[in-house]
Ligand binder design. Sequence first.
Ligand code: ADP
Ligand code: MG
Length: 724
Amino acid sequence: MATFRQRALNEAAAHQTGRFFVEEGPVSKYFGQNVFDLDKMRVYMSQQAYEAVLASVKYGIKLDRAYSNEIASGMKAWAIEMGATHYTHLFQPLTDATAEKHEAFISVKDGKAFEKFNGSALVQQEPDASSFPNGGLRNTFEARGYSAWDPSSPVFIMDGTLCIPSVFVSYTGEALDTKVPNLKSLQALSNAATSVANLFDPNVKAVSVNLGLEQEYFLVDEALYNARPDLVLGGRTVIGHTSAKDQQLEDHYFGAIPSRVNNFMKDFETEAYKLGILLQTRHNEVAPNQFECAPVFCEATKAVDQNMMLMIIMQKVAEKHHLKVIFHEKPFDGVNGSGKHCNWSMMTDTGVNLLSPGKTPDKNLQFLSFYASVVKAVYKHHYLLMTSVATLSNSYRLGGNEAPPAVMSIFSGSTLYKVFQSILGMNMMTESEAKKESIEIARSIPEIFPDNTDRNRTSPFAFTGNRFEFRAVGSSQNVASAVYVVNSAVAEALIEFRSEVDIQEAAGIDRSTAIMNTVRKFISESKDIMFEGNGYSKEWEEESARRGLRAVRNVPEAYEVYHEQQTVDLFRNMGVLAPNEVEARFEILNETYVKKLQIEARVIGDICLNHVIPAAVKYQNLLIENVKGMKEVFGDSYLEVCQSELKTLQKISKYINDISNDVEALVESRKKANRIEDIAQRAKVYSHEVKDMMDKVRYSADHLEMIVDDEMWPMPKYRELLFI
Ligand code: ADP
Ligand code: MG
């Protein structure tokens, strides 16, 4: 009788490769065709309405409701021409996913059918907030939540539906999503960065954040995926013995892309291009069946929205190819996990990248000011930053001997590192000396090109020539929840920077000396966050502890950072989150952690009782029959002859007993934890007791996998998931 696994393997072998989404002609011909961008708005709406949207996009000016009917009717006309039948507000609740509720355009009046979509439908929808995590921000008697169009993100068409990127807030106005705090943090950063940029150029009016998001993912054949309940329900394998070959030969990274995967990539790229997502790179990643794609960087809100869209498209397109995209950070033990490297920089409305070392000392003084402020921000909030990427799924990856370590640090590269050391070496000196020296230092910074900076892949926050790369973000995460922490922390530091300079100037110190003094002060206060060595080494673990840097070793324990005054003050003072919104997030994070671990714990129990033990018992019976036969043949000497079978039988019995005892203990530990009222406390117990029991169960199951007849093993093995 064929096992589930054998049927899946046959099915996988029969899957054909091909293309399903092919467009004629060069990409430029269809790029952005499914987006209602500014060019299309100009065609479909009046000059005034167009300008109102433009002002809102460019300068965040609130869109006048008077225009909403006109804008909606322009959108509707375009959408219907494009074949859309429905519309939806697409928002980003606190689940790391997107949410949508489709409404049909079609309406009937006096027996006559027509398409209806007016301004109020565009501006606002009322999804039931009670079905989304809200951390106590919603009273049970007031379940309403509001979603409203965010005009800084253009609407687009996906699968015949007009999608309206929206914010999601409670009835009383608190943010229930990741978009609202992100938008607010961008505003705070723009204000603070503009005031520092004005020290150098009074013409700067706004500063935006640019993001380039590198997305890593695994691909697994759909038939094999469906034969693994753990992948289907929890996105990761909870048992599975490592494959004899995995990434040790280092032959996958940048290797030739298999043609089935290549076809898939071309197809989702085509769909992404139509949505105006400028994908630029694609390649194999370190682990087998692991890949990466990256768009060209763009403004932060757009980059976040496009990344969320990209993840949806990839999953949809994969269906056609009988593939499953896995965004989980650590689907397989023993091979590298996936991240979403977040390349972050600041750009003025005059087109200057504030993190780009310039050609003149003056430009470099500006660069140093912004660099020092980032260093200060990351130092002060290093634990919060690391916690902003701490989820259950990312915790399987973080702090292991791969991907980013558990403790935050900044890597600057040797050139800059030397510059900072000489800045720190500057002693107290007379004003004219200091001025001369600081200009010298600023002059000494060569132009650093992103391509020739030294790379340090062990640093969670690395400078790469004209941007920082926050490398600890998880592949499945909505990056906004990490980005608004960076933005807020940097905004806070920049405000302090400007005020330090102002105080000195008021005391009669000239501007460039005041700036250089402040750069030196910031660097000297925060130098402990700077580290150029191997972030995975034992020495750094000890050294970082000596420096007082706090590591995230346990996720629910790290969440306590949201209760620290420094965190609450940061979000409140930057106008990003009110204290009750921070508290709500704390609750939701803990709740999500518990729920996800609960699913994993249930799945491992089910798999072991319903798949693993029955297979082991079957094999055990086969061995017993064999031993009985041997006894008939060899008589009393069978004990000698069957030594190996008997030993195996004993091992199997031991593992079966262990598993059933441990699964029972696992269920008990879950029940015990579930009785704890306080969610944060419950999460902590889960993170220790429930997780420890899962490890024990897995240990026995993985050993059985090594013993039981391959033909009888019920679920696809690592070598099949990773190499087919
Ligand atoms: P690597 O893997 O070497 O880090 P990739 O080419 O895969 O490089 O990804 C780099 C990402 O950084 C791209 O998305 C790119 O557009 C983005 N990027 C480049 N310059 C900037 C910048 N100034 N600000 C933000 N992102 C940037
Ligand atoms: Mg990178």
